[in-house]
Design a protein around this ligand. Structure first.
Ligand SMILES: [Fe+2]
Length: 165
């Protein structure tokens, strides 16, 4: 496991016991969001089917949103005195997602796969709200709550498109 606490002094009021719990959680969510972003880009590039348009630009929008969300999560980890794990190695070691099958191209299969992946990430973030709230970090709980809502919304978009795929 990566060492996620840096040696730098940090004056955030969160208790010393809570920080590693929250920073570990943030890094788990970060790696998973970055993994999902890469998987959405795989779909953006490789999808083939009758609804290539509008799915191709939709996936671009989703990837951009995930990049912004990952940035917010990473910066929260550093603000709490930790180190944000955003390397390819961190993603491989820490992401909670299944590995993307690079042979996937068929629209209906990709849509079903992405629905599962988004549902898994949304569940991870929702469960993580309680993890950080229990150690007194309402700030990260609030970040996760907004993120959870955004993931749920895009999961709905995917499910709506999946119905016509
Ligand atoms: Fe593109």
């Amino acid at each position: 496991m990566l060492t996620l606490l840096s040696a730098t002094r940090n004056s955030h009021s969160l208790s010393p016991e809570a920080k590693p719990v929250v920073i570990d959680s943030l890094n788990k969510v970060l790696a998973t969001l970055l993994d999902l972003k890469l998987q959405v880009q795989q779909a953006h590039w490789n999808l083939k089917g009758p609804h290539f348009m509008p799915l191709h630009p939709l996936f671009d929008t989703f990837a951009s949103e995930l990049e912004i969300q990952a940035d917010e999560v990473a910066e929260r980890a550093v603000a709490l005195g930790g180190i944000a794990g955003g390397t390819a190695q961190s993603i491989v070691e820490v992401s909670q997602l299944e590995v993307w099958d690079k042979a996937l191209q068929k629209q209906s299969v990709i849509m079903a796969y992405l629905v599962t992946q988004y549902a898994d990430v949304a569940a991870l973030v929702r469960n993580s709200i309680a993890t950080v709230a229990e150690v007194g970090d309402e700030g990260t709980a609030d970040l996760y709550t907004g993120l959870s809502r955004a993931l749920d919304k895009n999961l709905w978009f995917l499910e709506a498109h999946e119905a016509m795929a």
